[in-house]
Design a protein around this ligand. Sequence first.
Ligand code: DHB
Ligand code: FE
Length: 284
Amino acid sequence: MAKIVASVNCSHVPAIGAAWDLGKTDTPYWAPVFKGFDFSKKWIADLEPDVIILVYNDHASAFSVELIPTFALGCAGEFKPADEGWGPRPVPVVQGHPVLAAHIAQSVILDEFDLTIVNKMDVDHGLTVPLTLMFGQPKEWPCKIIPLAVNVVQYPPPTGNRCYNLGKAIKKAAESFPEDLRVVIFGTGGMSHQLQGQRAGLINAAFDKRLLDNLSKNPQEVAGMPFIEYFREAGSEGIEMVMWLIARGALETAVREIYRFYHVPASNTALGHLILENDSFSRT
Ligand code: DHB
Ligand code: FE
């Protein structure tokens, strides 16, 4: 079976990608951000996943107001970095896993989650920045990556509960896949931030930290939080964190918190990062 053994949550601030691409990782502003991922890079290199399911949101790069899928699963063989206005990032093309992706699509759709199947999609900073943070800049990404794009840009986004349950359906789907694969699921975006309007620049560290605590120990409570509370407490873009619940739902109830990192500022938001492993998982 394909077993989802761990989750990685982290923010996807586009300026982090620019800092990396322009060689600014050692500057006083950015050095602490990248240093916060030293442990994580070693952890994932040692874990050697076969596949990453990467839950992220598109920022009007692959999609636009013309087409807004709530959940879009990348079933293609490869996904190119998107041109977000200043040329595509100089990062490897993402190699997908079409067979596992098609299996997940079939399983979760039969479980009554209406995924959109995507056979061609460029991937933006929402997907590439977490990869840069976790892997730096290899010639190729070290494993296959299945993108799962979630609409958190155009109201209405999916509820936390729906995301949490979709994660559970993805777990079930993976476990019915015939080939033995080690899978890590990424839940990305966040943390609290607002990019426009009167509250532009909002960061709510107390909210962020509570969310990190509860995601580990009390995901059901996070799942029950309505959209309006994200909006009120975490700013208009804080709803990106609903995607973290898909990753949490794909793990077992009992997890170990392996690593946590929280740093302000990173552009207009806090950089939050969490690694969880299933309690039942051991590498030996
Ligand atoms: C910023 C954060 C985001 O999540 C995003 O998609 C765009 C910008 C920011 O902090 O600048
Ligand atoms: Fe974003």
